[in-house]
Design a protein. Structure first.
Length: 312
């Protein structure tokens, strides 16, 4: 790709953007990302981007709509300022859980968001662990979909846990848990969960042997923490000696950190796709940085190199 490589950031995760830029030995581009007094989002790009290959780093985490709007306006501003190519780098893709209708008269929000990003002028998307891989197909532009599993698995492997068993906390996560299990050489257990209402999780049944083992729950995200804590109770009831958890996106909505702190979870490992507060340490949450992986992916996209090696 001709043209200079530039990185810009919205206000969602400026620390991650700085860390990615540091890995690439560059600075984050200068831009005003703020608000008018009437509450509308205000964007002004200060650097010249004409003819450049620009990457905008913005996870659409809470406040989701605000961060999404910043992303859309940043892309629009860059397009209008004649950037040659704009890549939306969305480490955490919000609205992903609304990727299908579960009842009549509901939106498919993840598809609408994909349309908005494309309409704003993004040429490509770089993201990580979409809640549903099918969301990739909601875009008619190239999507590079990174995975945090290799990093999370390396950390778990380094703990040398005795008798490890990887647990999927719901039926939808079995493929993910199985791939994780293969990486660390562990057994597999599967929990069947139901949601009697949104944001409430209930364990129905569990398949697999966990008695006397160290259980590692693997999920894509922790939102209210309900899924995690319910799964941990079940595992301990069935004889697991210790429970760890790994998830790419630590959303920690409402009192999630409190309930995790009060649970018997030994350690919960997440990444910094979403910025983490200092409260995480009280809940025994460890954060692993995805910045080096994103930096490598950005460099490869810029140089038109394959990204396959990053998915291994
Ligand atoms: C469910 O399909 C996801 O993979 C997660 O298990 C879920 O989003 C976690 O949500 P919560 O922490 O609110 O139970």
């Amino acid at each position: 790709m001709d043209g200079r490589l530039l990185i810009f950031s919205g206000s969602a995760n400026p620390e991650l953007a700085k860390e990615i830029a540091r890995c690439l030995r560059m600075n984050v581009g200068r831009a005003l990302v703020g608000q008018f007094r009437n509450g509308e989002t205000r964007i002004k790009i200060h650097d010249n981007v004409r003819g450049c290959d620009v990457f905008v780093i913005q996870p659409t985490c809470n406040p989701v709509d605000h961060h999404l709007m910043e992303l859309l306006l940043l892309i629009d501003a860059l397009r209008r300022a004649s950037a040659t190519r704009v890549t939306a780098v969305i480490p955490y893709y919000g609205y992903a859980k609304q990727e299908k209708k579960t009842a009549g008269r509901e939106p498919i929000s993840a598809k609408l968001v994909a349309n908005l990003i494309r309409t704003a002028g993004a040429d490509r998307v770089l993201t990580m662990d979409l809640h549903a891989p099918a969301i990739e197909g909601f875009f008619d532009i190239p999507v590079d979909h990174l995975q945090a599993a290799p990093m999370l698995a390396d950390y778990i492997h380094s703990l040398n846990l005795a008798n490890p068993v990887v647990v999927s906390p719901d039926a939808g996560g079995v493929g993910r848990a199985n791939r994780f299990r293969e990486r660390i050489g562990a057994g597999l257990a599967i929990i069947a969960k139901q949601r009697p209402e949104p944001d409430t999780a209930e364990v129905l049944e569990m398949v697999g042997e966990v008695d006397g083992k160290t259980a590692i729950i693997v999920d894509d995200m922790i939102s209210t923490g309900g899924t995690l804590v319910e799964a941990a109770h079940t595992l301990l009831d069935r004889g697991a000696c210790k429970v760890y958890a790994c998830a790419t996106h630590g959303i920690f909505a409402s009192d999630a950190l409190e309930i995790i702190a009060q649970s018997s979870m030994i350690e919960t490992i997440v990444t910094n796709t979403i910025p983490q507060s200092s409260l995480t340490s009280q809940a025994r949450v460890r954060t692993i940085s995805v910045a080096p992986l994103f930096a490598e992916a950005i460099m490869r996209i810029h140089k038109d190199l394959s990204l396959s090696a990053l998915f291994a």
